[in-house]
Design a binder for this molecule. Structure first.
Ligand code: NDP
Length: 349
């Protein structure tokens, strides 16, 4: 059994979902009530791989909403309680989706392993970032040529380059894709310099300097609400991969020559009998999902019950290749421009 820990994208959406699911108290409740609400095991469903293997999964809503981000204790408790519930249910491998992995890392929750009577076993959890990074790289490799962008000469800006996903994307782009030039964007200079040294290249620029130069922009940082982007200042054409959460880059950049693609999203080869991706605003919620969630499915398909993605800046090229090969084998494809990529492959007998 695999698990997915997630949350609604806003308090408003959370109340609507609660009403749809029949949790009337929560649907009518104010934020304070939600702050004390326990996690909910919302649904259980099956997923069938292209290999024919069938696995069972569970979606746990942490009852966290982004409006709680400023409440340190609440946000922490939400993530820990959801992890405790997943472990108590005996789930082998659970992905921390949306803000839950960010809260885990940024609030250093690895220091707090004991939750009431449960000692959390880290090897039952994954951030899913290795698969997310691999999917984002594949989205660049498959879609840049569709816009006549030649990656061998292109400048690729990675916004959030020093992050867990961003650094993995940089490693892949430098060593596997072989892009023209990497433009490294983040705020902390020291970490940027360490990354540049590790990569043996890449140019460190501010966001304002990097954007007008970039043929491809991989955005793997949360977008500041106040950020204003001038689409007309971007290159023609420009491919932007919106790998942050929430995915709102398309509302910030409106220009005909700029193509914004939702990053870190995969499409499965066949329908999944769940409800939850409808609330995540997916275009095809029966088949599309976050790549981090798909990582838990892949680990279950492969019988790899381990914290495959864990900690910060540990993602290796070999791990990306391994999870990428599994992704293709089991029927996932990276969301791209144009028609849906893969028809359902016949399930092996
Ligand atoms: P990290 O915290 O490891 O990295 C964040 C990066 O963004 C750092 O390089 C940070 O560097 C940089 N950053 C933060 N704010 C800014 C800013 N204002 N301007 C420029 N750079 C900035 O996060 P992850 O790598 O784990 O995740 C990155 C994003 O991907 C998150 O938004 C997360 O929600 C999203 N995500 C999406 C998934 C999906 O769609 N499938 C799955 C998992 C995560 P510095 O602090 O020095 O600026």
């Amino acid at each position: 059994m695999f698990g997915l820990i997630g949350h609604s994208s806003s308090f408003r959406d959370a109340r609507i979902t609660a009403r749809d699911l029949g949790f009337e108290d929560l649907a009518d409740g104010e934020l304070d009530l939600w702050c004390s609400a326990p996690p909910q095991l919302v649904e259980t469903f099956e997923v069938t791989s292209n290999t024919g293997k069938v696995i069972e999964g569970t979606y746990i809503d942490s009852c966290f909403v982004p409006e709680m981000l400023s409440r340190f204790k609440t946000a922490t408790r939400k993530v820990q309680n959801a992890m405790e519930l997943a472990q108590k249910r005996g789930i082998n491998i659970t992905a921390l989706g949306g803000f839950t992995s960010i809260i885990f890392e940024n609030f250093n929750l690895a220091k707090f392993q004991q939750i009431r009577s449960t000692l959390l076993q880290w090897d039952r959890f994954t951030t899913g970032n290795t698969h997310t990074a691999w999917v984002i790289c594949r989205q660049v490799e498959q879609n840049a040529p569709r816009l006549d962008i030649d990656l061998t000469t292109a400048k690729v800006a990675v916004v959030g380059a020093t992050g867990d996903i961003g650094s993995a994307v940089c490693r892949w782009m430098a060593n596997r894709t072989g892009v023209g030039e990497l433009l490294l964007v983040a705020r902390q200079q020291q970490r940027l310099e360490a990354l540049q040294q590790e990569l043996g290249g890449g140019r460190i620029l501010s966001l304002e300097e990097a954007l007008p130069e970039a043929d491809v922009v991989v955005w793997v940082a949360s977008l500041p609400q106040t950020l204003v982007l001038d689409g007309m200042a971007l290159r023609k054409p420009c491919l932007m991969i919106d790998g942050g959460y929430p995915k709102n880059l398309d509302s910030k950049v409106v220009a005909e020559h700029v193509t914004v693609l939702k990053g870190g999203i995969v499409e499965f080869a066949r329908d999944i009998g769940w409800q939850m991706m409808a609330v995540a605003d997916m275009a095809n919620p029966r088949r599309q999902l976050f790549a981090c969630f798909a990582e838990a499915m892949l680990l279950e398909f492969e019988g790899l019950h381990t914290n495959f993605s864990w900690g910060r800046n540990n993602i290796t090229l070999e791990a990306m290749e391994q999870i990428g090969a599994a992704s293709l084998r089991h029927g996932f494809s990276a969301l791209g421009l144009g028609p849906s990529p893969s028809p359902a492959a016949p399930v092996a007998a």
